[in-house]
Design a protein around this ligand. Structure first.
Ligand code: DGJ
Length: 557
């Protein structure tokens, strides 16, 4: 394309505007808000739902980005999680190279995507592989941990003062640059370290660590873990017995990560989080059988007191057993912690995005979602589209109404669940109505379950008698539930006929569809397409594998 001089001048002016962020009016800072016991991530001053995907570990390099964006487009994400490498950012002590970060920012904006940046600093999957070369070559100054036998472990020491100072300085430099370069708030959250902790040794056995291990446990740790000591000022062994070493290591790692987080937050107060390599939530095994020191479910209170600059402790969920997956979601959805799933794998688990939503998750993100040659270890065999499609289906459905869903969830009006083999039906209570969910139901046939448990459903109450309903491979209907008073006095008997009904205080109430509107969301607004009636409603509201959104108005007769 040939440009006229005026066109050229306009382009130059546009690119100047793009590269001069100082001229952009700063948008409100992203932040985590808690109200009435529920959390939301606020972006641009309103609840935001991260429909995320994380790239492979070596995909932030500018030459790889062309293989990232098409995958993100296919997935319909609104947020990309991408690492920032300490070894690249600080090639020489105190000299910082922001080119990779800047390219990422520019290209994310061009694709109208937000970012969550992952600080691959002192810890990456328990090791120190992303420390710059000049640190790796000076192990005396930036030491490894020492195991029981006195051997160096492939994991950094959490007591290395020089490493901590170097990490704090580098992380602060990164956050300072972000503050200056990102008034648009393209970056909405930052992960501090990656799966911090240690494989191969439950704790550090260096003389310094040993001394601390034998010293009294800080009182705030005892309080957080609800330990009432029988002796005054117990040491770790006395206070925690078999869990002493893992708790001690969690305290040591969390203290370090907490200081890095605090240093960065002092510069630029974005929401920060740390992610965990999990222990089995159902059969945890002894300390040492899982990564020690990270924010695993057993030590979350320790992490909360040791690292208050972290807003969220988040599980990387690679569990394939559905019961274990659901247990993890439950364990990280706490009164002091918003649920956020920064990594997950296995397309069969895609449906649990809905379960996470049902627990007011602020975000969800499958791992390894780009077209670089590396395949996710979680799923090496799947052809690309097959690997991406189950996740993409979620985001194609929820994407157009993401802000509405985030708002309804923050207001406590939304419930969402997913299919688990063997559980054919479930009931979602909404005051005077119960939403009845069934999997594998066809017309007037019995509910038999889906051939594979792929069902997922979301129901949100818009008004007393109006609901937003959507999902895949599921049937939803509504049954009168009576008032709170009637429910308390238990004068309710559920009918078994085709139309959901209930005998409430001696009077039958039958569900009546007043209006079932199918529509699509455009810019957050529901646009009417048609009314469902006849065959479309006679057997309940049936959702297949196409994205369908219904607005359902109910009455009784
Ligand atoms: C969890 C880590 O946090 C990721 O960076 C990645 O290494 C995956 N495991 C496995 O591919």
């Amino acid at each position: 394309m040939k440009l006229s001089p005026a066109g050229l001048a306009a382009c130059v002016a546009a690119s100047v505007i793009l590269t001069l962020p100082a001229q952009v009016t700063p948008r409100p800072l992203p932040r985590i808000v808690k109200k009435d016991g529920r959390f939301a991530l606020f972006v641009d001053d309103a609840p935001y739902l991260m429909l995320g995907a994380q790239v492979h570990n070596s995909s932030t390099w500018p030459a790889m980005l062309p293989k990232v964006w098409p995958a993100m487009e296919y997935l319909n994400v609104n947020t990309v999680e991408a690492p920032i490498y300490w070894e690249q950012l600080e090639p020489r002590p105190g000299q910082f190279d922001y080119t990779v970060l800047d390219t990422l920012l520019t290209e994310a904006r061009q694709h109208r995507l937000r970012l969550v940046l992952l600080w691959f600093g002192t810890w990456k999957n328990g090791s120190q592989h992303y420390m710059p070369e000049w640190m790796k070559l000076a192990p005396d100054r930036y030491p490894h941990m020492v195991d029981k036998n006195g051997h160096a472990v492939d994991s950094p020491s959490p007591y290395a003062a020089a490493s901590l100072e170097a990490d704090k300085a580098a992380f602060s430099a990164f956050m300072r640059h972000l503050k200056a370069a990102d008034p648009q708030r393209t970056v909405i959250m930052v992960q501090v370290e990656n799966e911090p902790g240690t494989w191969g040794s439950v704790r550090d056995y260096s003389p310094e660590a040993q001394k601390l291990f034998e010293a009294p446990v800080p009182p705030e740790v005892l309080a957080a873990m609800q330990v009432k000591p029988s002796t005054p000022a117990p040491n770790w062994q006395e206070a925690f017995g078999p869990e002493a070493e893992v708790n001690f290591h969690a305290w040591s790692v969390a203290k370090y990560v907490g200081q890095v987080a605090a240093a960065g937050k002092a510069v630029y107060p974005l929401p920060l989080y740390a992610n965990a390599a999990l222990r089995d939530p159902l059969k945890p095994g002894a300390p040492g059988s899982y990564e020690s020191g990270g924010p695993t479910d057993n030590v979350l209170p320790i992490w909360k007191v040791a690292a208050p600059a972290l807003d969220v402790l988040a599980p990387d969920i690679y569990q394939n057993d559905p019961a274990a997956y659901l247990k993890v979601l439950e364990l990280y959805h706490r009164d002091d912690n918003p649920l956020f799933v920064p990594e997950t794998g296995n397309p069969a688990n895609a449906r649990f995005f809905f379960t996470a939503l049902g627990l007011q998750a602020i975000g969800f993100s499958p791992f390894g979602m780009d077209y670089t040659p590396t395949r996710s270890t979680a799923d090496p065999a799947h052809p690309r589209e097959e690997f991406l499609t189950p996740w993409a289906m979620n985001y194609r459905l929820i994407g157009p109404m993401q802000r509405e869903i985030a708002r309804l969830n923050f207001e406590g009006k939304l419930q969402a669940v997913a299919d688990v083999k063997g559980k054919l039906t479930e009931t979602l209570p909404f005051g005077t109505w119960n939403a009845q969910v069934s999997y594998g139901a066809a017309r007037n046939n019995r509910t038999v379950g889906n051939p594979e448990p792929t069902g997922r459903v979301l129901v949100a109450q818009l008004k007393d008698n109006q609901f937003l309903v959507t999902g895949f491979s599921v049937r939803v209907d509504f049954r009168p539930a009576g008032t709170e008073q009637q429910r308390k006095s238990q004068h309710i008997v559920e009918g078994t006929g085709q139309t959901p009904s209930a005998l409430i205080d001696g009077k039958w109430q039958h569900r009546q569809f007043m209006r079932v509107e199918e529509g699509i969301y455009e810019n957050g607004v529901f646009k009417f397409l048609r009314i469902w009636n006849g065959d479309e409603t006679d057997w309940g509201l049936n959702f297949g594998t196409e994205p369908v959104v219904l607005r359902v108005s109910l009455a009784t007769y």
